[in-house]
Design a protein around this ligand. Structure first.
Ligand code: B1M
Length: 213
């Protein structure tokens, strides 16, 4: 069934992706497996084909819609594994100029399921909006996501503005073009390559041992 879910993302079949995801969840399948072996595996193929000019933008949009519909169903199941105690408050956003939000939403969902309180600013978030939210939301951590080599450059001014507005806040960054080295260069406190490792990173940033909770 994982292979069928993967194919439903590749072909952009929203109804099928949602139906199969719900079926697996109803059977008690681990939601992490549905996510990783079905949905994310499908999106990996889409990315590779898009890069090789074997898929075009409308098809990628359809794949993204299928993935979104299915991940919305996963959310309550992933949340069940999280405790009610909040580990800290995290403001998360995709940086200015960038509309990619599937990965950011997954990270947000996983952090929430791990016990963090999330304030999601969505996509294309302006530097001032992020810095203001860090203060207003009394954030312990700000998470920045970027998927484009152009928009990742918005992270440095964003981090500068966040620190100017709220000096104690920690900043974590991620997204496919981001590396550990880039994160260090722009002054972030940490980088996570995927949603699972984002949980450990966030826990470390707020001073909770990564293995806890
Ligand atoms: Co876009 N796109 N796209 N796209 N798109 C990429 C990113 C690209 C690599 C495709 C390619 O060429 N192979 C390429 C970027 C090239 C580059 O910059 N080097 C690209 C391009 C070029 C573009 C456009 C410019 C295309 C165009 O218009 N000509 C355009 C830009 C629009 C804009 O933002 N201004 C564009 C548009 C789109 C769609 C709208 C069609 C759609 C986005 C839909 C949406 O998000 N709502 C889309 C998609 C779907 C993709 C690909 C195919 C898939 C991205 C995705 O969702 N992956 C992507 C190719 C690829 O990545 N393989 C591509 C699945 C997701 C689970 O992974 O987002 O990496 P990811 O998130 C991971 C980790 O990165 C990490 O954890 C997540 C989960 O494990 N992570 C974090 C992410 N954020 C984190 C934050 C953290 C920590 C970890 O802490 C805060």
């Amino acid at each position: 069934m994982f292979e069928e879910i993967k194919q439903s993302v590749i072909t952009g079949d929203e109804a099928q992706a949602a139906k199969l995801t719900q079926q697996l969840l109803d059977q008690g399948t681990d939601p992490q497996r549905v996510l990783k072996e079905g949905l994310v595996a499908g999106m990996d193929v889409v990315g590779a084909r898009f890069k090789a000019y074997d898929m075009w933008l409308p098809e990628v949009i359809m794949a993204a819609k299928a993935m979104k519909a299915a991940t919305a169903l996963l959310k309550p199941y992933l949340e069940k594994s999280g405790g009610s105690m909040k580990l800290g408050k995290i403001v998360i956003a995709t940086v200015e100029g960038d509309v990619h939000d599937i990965g950011k939403n997954l990270v947000s969902m996983m952090l929430e399921s791990a016990g963090f309180e999330m304030a999601d600013l969505g996509v294309n978030a302006k530097v001032s909006e992020i810095a203001d939210a860090a203060v207003k939301q009394q954030a312990d951590v700000v998470g920045l996501s970027a998927l484009l080599t152009t928009t990742m450059l918005a992270m440095k001014p964003a981090i500068r503005a966040i620190r100017g507005a709220k000096s104690k806040v920690k900043v974590m960054v991620g997204g496919s073009p981001i590396t550990q080295e880039f994160a260090r260069d722009v002054g972030a406190d940490g980088f996570a390559p995927d949603a699972l490792r984002a949980i450990n990173l966030a826990k470390n940033l707020v001073g909770t041992p990564a293995s806890a909770g």
